[in-house]
Design a binder for this molecule. Sequence first.
Ligand code: F6R
Length: 614
Amino acid sequence: MCGIVGYIGTKQAYPILIKGLKRLEYRGYDSAGVAMISAGGDLNVYKAKGKVDNLIEYCGDKDVSGSIGIAHTRWATHGEPSARNAHPHYSRSHNLAIIHNGIIENYADIKTKLQANGIEFRSDTDTEVLVQLVEYIMVKKNLSLLESVQVALHQVVGAYAIAIVDKRDPCQIIAARKQSPLVVGIGENEFFLGSDASPIIDYTDKVVYLEDGNIAVIRLGEELKVISVLGEEQDLKVKTVDIDLGQIEKGGYKHFMLKEIFEQPECLKNCMRGRINVEGNHVTLSAMIDYHRQLLSAKRIVIVACGTSWHAGLIGKQLIESLCRIPCEVEYASEFRYRNPVVMKDDVVIAISQSGETADTLAAIHLAKEQGAFIYGICNAIGASIPRATDTGTYIHVGPEIGVASTKAFTGQVTVLSMLALCLAAERNTIPPELYQQIVKELTLIPGKMEQALKTNGQIENLAPIFTYARNCLYLGRGYNYPLALEGALKLKEISYIHAEGYPAAEMKHGPIALIDSEMPVFVIATRDRLYEKVISNIQEVRARGGRVTALVTEGDTQIQKFADHIITLPDTLECFQPLIASIPLQLLAYHIAVCKGKDVDRPRNLAKSVTVE
Ligand code: F6R
């Protein structure tokens, strides 16, 4: 996600800020910016879209002097990636500048009130709302910067890590956090700020990790002071950082893939935030409001995507057909674009893509658009080519995915498809209100159940060495779990280079059963649902041929252990959400097998994170 850097001391801030931004590049971002207060008292803000190098180039002929500054790399959440929306943001008077990570959920209400008081906005961000609010309070109530920040933070709902400077007081940075990390580094007569310790560790190993709800008052020549939003002084817990850079970037995990697997409960909360109400019984998608007619008049939905996103689409098809009773087809974008498909005016085409840059998916969109379809995008990278080419859409908001094997994007895509299907079903009256509410409620419980599923990590790590010998593996599932069998197999192939196939469990006897012997690990998703008994029969068919079965079962299951060599137990959920839970052990399995085989998990051979060529 976004990255924060700050410096106040006796050295020039700009080189430290730029080096810090480069350190944060691993997080992924779409724009960057810096603000310094010069010796002459000017607050200079410079911003550029794209890489930090673009910012450096832009700053080439600018006044970058000053020994106090803040800097930011942005991953867009509100407003497209552009220099205009990049941070830092000035206040109206240009006296203040702010950088911010997180999301201010009630920004629209605050913005409306500020606009009613004559404040004009220069960006589409929630962040600018915060700096304007701080200044508004400062002027209206004649308060100091610190007091105004305290008052403002009482009014905002959401997550934030912020740093704010005032050109009239070039010896101070005010920083605060809630649910978004922030670290202050303490040097000799200088302080550093970072969204993690990576921009700081070159200069000092003494850091203070701000706690939720705390504000840091960073003043040159004084001790660091940490207070609560209510103004109570907090004990300073100075820690010594003793970790290498790679570790910080990966949040202490050995690989980005593992970090991203473990991030999923949080990612799904972000994905649902502001879309499912606090009571957990109603879903609203802004696309559904803005394009109500187009989406409701769909006679057919066609999903186009590639790879993992295509697997999410297969789950989406089942959700859309069963909840909304709209016929839905799922197409490989690469096939769709070249096979002269029938596209009708009342078709809605849903394009799913994590990167938002996949060339085949983009071409499929252009083709469908030319033929008059309405295009809905489900993407992660804000402002990428695909969201720009679609008529509307919904971002999955799971943050940058760095591991090449897609994990959190998959569950984010399935979550958005679930919310979309629920919105359409409610509008079309295709499910009873009680069932609608039950499904929405269950969706809000998924992050907690994912936490539980993540507890299988140790068991799976122990199991993994058993499978490293395998040259082939089979993944079986039925119903909603069939696409997950495909996804489990794809994960294993990608990072461990073991050949694997996913199959609908009952289809196995029409061919692949011939492959089964005691050397062939078979992973079966056998969670409790309508087809549970049938899946048990499929497991018995495998066992009868000497196959080695590892089954994913629902807690409380007593039957399957009789037939399986290993069982992995998962929390119960509705059938349609089982892939969200069961994807976790399958991701972990692929991960640990690949690690045991000594493979480069985050950068598997021959693969690229963004496939911009056909
Ligand atoms: C698998 C994987 C790929 C992508 C595919 C589509 O782990 O990452 O199969 O899912 O290349 O990419 P996006 O979703 O960016 O369009």
